[in-house]
Design a protein around this ligand. Structure first.
Ligand SMILES: *Cc1c(COP(=O)(O)O)cnc(C)c1O
Length: 388
């Protein structure tokens, strides 16, 4: 990347990287180029853009921006986080084996087991924070290690540096889904990961108004493979979607600071609440990976999961009683959301698998927004009270 902001600090890169003023008009914002093709001066003589599935200027601006934020050398955007995960999987071939964390986004689990297994890939799901278990699961056929940290929805932390060392020693790739942390909190490539995958639908977009995905890396060979797949498969995002994510990343640093500060206040409050049985938040000293989270992440993130006393029925009642927290799938937007993973985001994972990962039927998940923390705490309190 030959970018003037390559060496800048995070918030400066977020605002500027990949987005020089429009050369024809000086427009400070990257235009939404609504075009499918480009006029060529002579056959195959053009400005680097020949067809919009292959290359697109609004998408390229976003790809460069994301590469800068993850401290990578390239980025590739997809129509969704799921399409990005699919692109990583299609680098592999029938017969290859993947070791994945067992506490992962339900849709990714569904992609792996219901789609990719039909094409001859095999998967082992293990607790990725348990390095011994990961190592034991690696076979001569293993080509890739897939990890989400913090995990979803248990907020467990896996040691990216140690996993990267293990992957290198075994000659396999490490892909980290960095959707929950964002590059503001954690940069897996700098810790040795080969690929970072994002659902830009979440914090990167940040406003619950777009669906998108991305892969970022440093290795030129991986770029060539994935760029080929991006073009050949064609799961690319539209120009307006790219613009919306670019708008989102400009305020990522500010938003993450507020998400994390609010989440810490809410988590502390829940921890002391007599009606709450368990709180999972990596920013609490009682969390079993608190030390690792502190070492690996700038702040502990905006997602909390917890269990109410009273189990499933009460949890469902509470999820319907909040007023500031909206009952909805997804996370990472400016507004606070509450969800019930067992029936919503993680319903596609079989119950036995869910329970093995600690995801009980009564677990609730919060995506803490950027509203006033006092209002969020008061809203949870009234819903807990009414759910009795
Ligand atoms: C939402 C999400 C995905 C899937 O992304 P989509 O944009 O919904 O396809 C993958 N991983 C994580 C951690 C997610 O939260």
């Amino acid at each position: 990347m030959t970018e003037p902001f390559e060496k800048a600090r995070f918030a400066t890169k977020a605002v500027h990287a990949g987005q020089p003023p429009d050369p024809t008009t000086g427009a400070i914002m990257t235009p939404v180029y609504l075009t499918s093709t480009y006029v060529q001066e002579a056959p195959d003589v053009h400005k680097g853009f020949d067809y919009a599935r292959t290359n697109h200027p609004t998408r390229l601006a976003l790809e460069r921006n994301l590469a800068a934020l993850e401290d990578g050398s390239w980025g590739l955007c997809f129509g969704s986080g799921s399409a990005a995960a699919h692109a990583v999987m299609t680098m592999l071939s029938s017969g290859d084996h993947v070791v994945s964390c067992n506490d992962l986004y339900g849709g990714t689990y569904r992609l792996f087991t219901k789609v990719m297994e039909r094409f001859g890939l095999t998967f082992s799901f293990v607790s990725a924070y348990d390095l011994g278990a990961v190592e034991k699961a690696i076979t001569p056929k293993t080509k890739l290690l897939w990890v989400e940290t913090p995990s979803n929805p248990m907020l467990l932390i896996s040691d990216i540096k140690e996993l990267a060392k293990l992957a290198k020693a075994k000659g396999i790739l490490l892909a980290v889904d960095n959707t929950f942390a964002t590059p503001y909190l954690q940069q897996p490539l700098a810790m040795g990961a080969d690929l970072v995958v994002h659902s830009t639908t979440k914090y990167m977009g940040g406003h619950s108004d777009v669906v998108g995905g991305a892969i970022v890396g440093r290795d030129k060979g991986l770029f060539d493979k994935l760029k080929f797949i991006q073009n050949a498969v064609g799961a690319v995002p539209g120009p307006l979607d790219c613009f919306l994510v670019l708008r989102g990343t400009k305020t990522l640093a500010l938003r993450m600071e507020k998400h994390c500060a609010n989440a810490l206040k809410v988590a502390k409050h829940l921890l002391e609440h007599p009606e709450i049985a368990l709180v999972h938040y990596p920013g609490l000293p009682i969390h079993k990976h608190y030390g690792l989270a502190k070492a690996q992440m700038r702040l502990a993130g905006g997602i909390i999961s917890f269990e109410l006393k009273g189990g499933l029925e009460r949890a469902k009642r509470m999820a319907g009683l909040t007023k500031v927290f909206s009952l909805a799938e997804s996370l990472g937007g400016v507004e606070s959301l509450i969800g019930h993973p067992a029936t919503m985001t993680h319903a596609s994972i079989p119950r036995e698998e869910r329970l093995k990962a600690g995801l009980t039927d009564g677990l609730l998940r919060l995506s803490v927004g950027i509203e006033d923390a006092e209002d969020l705490v008061a809203d949870l309190d009234q819903a807990i009270q009414k759910s009795l």
